[in-house]
Design a protein around this ligand. Structure first.
Ligand code: PXL
Length: 281
């Protein structure tokens, strides 16, 4: 049991197994109260569906935050994902100042890009603003593409060497984040994983699993939700980051057989029993 209250700030994609529909069940599985601040409501996510609807909720956020503050509602962890525009980045900075408890954690997944490209609606201007938010972060969780857009390092699709990954880690840490978790790290064709960098100690921790030969949408959100859940129950960043790899890989394995019919997301629900077992070990 824990008494932590986590606030996650990201969109509601009504269908699509990403953002809040992923974060809520996963964080709840850790036994942590999960409050939400939706940044937008979309009919689906934006990666592959045509004609999706999007209602931006930027204008609603200040009144919600004022109400919470007047009710003295504070959060031990604030975890952000898909934000809709630069104004929302500024609002998140304000929320962290006002509503995060003194020893609380601020976790940022700078959702904006993958596979060398920005998602629809995102650009370098947004990335530059997001880079500024990183100075406030305790933990930042970019994928390789996001790391490149945040730091100005040239994007490489594959064939990473340690030098390349460690340059990214160093430049991400220089933005000001206290710990960096870089996803999508691979030094061989059959392994994929993460690197955790603590600039205070200089330690780099790598964790890999066998690569699954399919690109599932939404695995970044599954990963970051699990990592944030782990932090909410007091795991170290390295522990939470490796459990999140195990859980995400389990979800991908359990989704593999129907990857064609179920093309838009990963069926992480099937791996929740695995996660609960791992948490309670
Ligand atoms: O999985 C990240 C994500 C979250 N929310 C929306 C998205 C995406 C990625 O495409 O479109 C709306």
């Amino acid at each position: 049991m824990n008494n932590n209250r986590l606030l996650t700030i990201q969109d509601i994609s009504c269908v699509g197994q990403c953002s809040l529909t992923v974060a809520l069940p996963i964080i709840s599985a850790f036994g942590t109260e999960c409050a939400i601040l939706p940044t937008a409501v979309l009919s689906t996510h934006t990666a592959g569906f045509k004609g999706y609807t999007l209602r931006d909720l930027t204008e609603d956020i200040p009144a919600i935050v004022n109400h919470w503050e007047s009710e003295k509602i504070y959060f031990n962890i604030i975890y952000t994902g898909y934000l809709c525009g630069k104004k929302q980045i500024e609002l998140v900075g304000d929320i962290v100042n006002r509503l995060k408890t003194k020893n609380g954690l601020f976790v940022v997944d700078p959702v904006m890009a993958d596979n060398g490209k920005f998602y629809p609606g995102f650009d370098q201007d947004f990335a530059n603003e997001m880079a500024k938010l990183c100075s406030k972060d305790d933990v930042i969780i970019p994928n390789i593409t996001e790391a490149c857009f945040l730091t100005g390092v040239e994007y490489k699709e594959s064939g990473y060497q340690k030098d390349y990954v460690e340059e990214l880690l160093e430049k991400l840490a220089a933005l000001g984040a206290k710990q960096v978790v870089l996803t999508g790290v691979s030094f061989s064709s059959d392994k994929l994983g993460i690197a955790v960098y603590n600039p205070q100690t200089g330690d780099i921790f790598y964790y890999f699993k066998n690569k699954i030969p399919h690109n599932f949408h939404g695995t970044g959100d599954v990963y970051s939700s699990s990592l944030s859940g782990g932090l909410s129950i007091g795991m170290s960043v390295e522990q939470a980051a490796s459990l999140a790899v195990d859980f995400t890989v389990e979800a991908m394995n359990l989704s593999y057989d129907d990857r064609k019919e179920h093309w838009y997301g990963v069926s992480f629900e099937r791996a929740l029993p695995y996660l609960c077992n791992a948490i309670n070990k």
